[in-house]
Design a binder for this molecule. Structure first.
Ligand code: BTN
Length: 319
């Protein structure tokens, strides 16, 4: 038995006595108690009331492969070659970079070393958010993938909208925002031949119900989907993302970013705003002017339009 087995029982948010938990798990009450102490490590608040037992206030919404596949149309499910869900992992992206194959999907309840863009950590508490990665082999090399993280953003934004949340916006190249606050992020990593066949891992992190404890480590304005009124559970949300993401990946080699460009621009949080683009070497101020067919950022600097590609460049509002 591990601690997650106990969580399966406590997930309903009701009281369960130590005896009942022991019976359900086939272990002694002492063993149950030892496991319950570990819930602290997961950042879960266990309430204990004499005579009633234990409960997880508000219950838990655990990931279930069966539930996700139930929500997922066959056309998208058929593009998944392998689907794994971990209770705990270093990072779903690094796992797939090492072991992933074409069509391999990996999710986790928590990440111990979740990775964000530009070497930052991605706060990944247990059973609260979505951490999802997909491995995909591409033929056209890194060049053809420039717009891919933008197309992934469109898939994620549309998935969230399909669950009744309005106002989701995208910030070039791969932030998901709501009212200027960060709701999620997308991290593309690749290995292999940058000019030929390469293995791409794309990871999506979405704040669903960020606990206060976890949020202390986030160094920017953020929001989560529960604050925006999301009613659907994480399984439904994961399915809504995969439903859009898998067919997009399957056709991307052929279709590229062009067909997503207009939609991306309609979701662009910074369009027409005064911004600056900075890299390690320089900072350029201008007016954000959407994106090119390649996915590069278009910036009006005076009368001249300049294009910037992803990589280590960052974009901020001038204020
Ligand atoms: C960003 O910095 O905005 C990108 C964040 C990407 C986080 C996701 S969570 C799933 C996947 N695994 C990781 O380690 N990172 C990505």
């Amino acid at each position: 038995m591990n601690v997650v087995d106990i969580l399966g029982v406590l997930a309903d948010g009701e009281f369960h006595s130590g005896e009942e938990l022991g019976q359900a798990m086939g272990v002694s009450r002492t063993a149950v108690w030892k496991h319950l102490r570990k819930l602290d490590e997961l950042g879960l608040e266990l309430e204990s009331v004499k005579g009633k037992g234990y409960r997880l206030h508000g219950g838990l919404d655990l990931l279930s492969q069966e539930a996700i596949l139930k929500y997922l149309p066959d056309a998208s499910a058929d593009l998944i070659s392998r689907f794994e869900i971990f209770d705990s992992i270093e990072s779903t992206n690094s796992y797939l970079l090492e072991r992933g194959a074409h069509g391999h999907v990996c999710m986790a309840e928590r990440q111990m070393s979740g990775r964000g863009r530009r070497g930052r950590a991605w706060v990944s508490p247990f059973a609260k958010n979505v951490y999802l990665s997909v491995c995909w082999m591409f033929q056209g090399g890194a060049q053809s993938l420039e717009g891919l993280s933008l197309a992934v953003g469109v898939a994620v934004a549309e998935a969230i909208e399909s669950l009744g949340i309005d106002g989701v916006q995208l910030k070039w190249p791969n932030d998901v925002l709501h009212n200027g606050r960060k709701l999620g992020g997308i991290l593309l990593e690749m290995s292999g031949d940058v000019s030929g066949e390469c293995k791409l891992v794309l990871g999506i992190g979405l704040n669903v119900k960020m606990p206060d404890a976890g949020s202390r480590d986030i160094d920017q304005a953020w929001v989560d989907l529960s604050q925006l009124g999301l009613k659907a559970d994480r399984n439904h949300l994961a399915a809504a993302i995969l439903q859009r993401l898998m067919p997009m990946l399957a056709s991307y080699d052929k279709d590229g970013f062009a067909q997503y460009r207009e939609r991306w621009q309609s979701l662009d949080a910074f369009y027409g705003k005064e911004v600056y683009v900075s890299s390690a070497q320089q900072r350029t101020e201008g007016v954000a002017n959407g994106v090119a067919e390649s996915g590069a950022l278009r910036l009006l600097v005076g009368d001249v339009e300049r294009e910037f590609s992803g990589g280590e460049v960052s974009l901020r509002l001038l204020s």
